[in-house]
Write a protein that binds this ligand. Structure first.
Ligand code: 6OG
Length: 159
């Protein structure tokens, strides 16, 4: 399904505590105005886990050496030749204090009140896997930033 388009790697990390999840309101750049986990592009020579830890701390002030990889998501936009490959992590094992950054305004949400209507439209499809700690692989083709024209999501044994 992913073909041989040029790929760009991203991380996306979710912090859990009790029945809550920490989300950040993106204040600038790609996905501005949407709630999401914390993450971004890999720096040159950086591993996925290093990038995930760095982006987490930069964007919300929290540190974790225990990010568990939960899924891989592929995003294709009709007007963009680059395939985004987003590695999704989560943990409830973290240190530090939540802090707003220039990029993200963090807020804890009850798991019953996750604001899907103000998140990327793909999230509703793979969150059930994340919440149940089932590993997943997903592919989403977007026409524009509001419209998914095609998708596949499946549970994966290993990532
Ligand atoms: P920066 O541009 O801030 O990295 N991301 C997406 N997350 C979801 N849930 N759905 C999408 O659908 C996404 N596209 C990108 C990956 C962008 C951050 O946003 C995530 C990164 O964590 C299209 O460096």
């Amino acid at each position: 399904i992913v073909g041989n388009k040029a790929k760009k790697l991203f991380t996306l990390a979710f912090i859990r505590r009790d029945n809550q999840v920490l989300l950040g309101l993106k204040k600038r750049g790609f996905g501005v105005g949407k709630w999401n986990g914390f993450g971004g592009k890999l720096n040159p020579n950086e591993t996925l886990i290093d990038a995930a830890q760095r982006e987490l701390e930069e964007e919300c002030g929290l540190r974790s050496d225990h990010l568990a990889k939960m899924g891989v998501l592929y995003f294709e936009f009709e007007d963009n030749p680059v395939l985004m490959e987003v590695h999704v992590f989560q943990t409830s094992d973290f240190t530090g204090e939540v802090k707003e950054s220039e990029e993200m305004k963090p807020q804890w949400y009850d798991l019953r009140d996750v604001p899907f209507s103000r998140m990327w439209p793909d999230d509703v499809f793979w969150w059930p896997y994340l919440l149940e700690e089932r590993k997943f692989t997903g592919y989403f083709k977007y026409k524009d930033q509001e419209t998914i024209v095609d998708y596949v999501i499946e549970e994966t044994a290993a990532l």
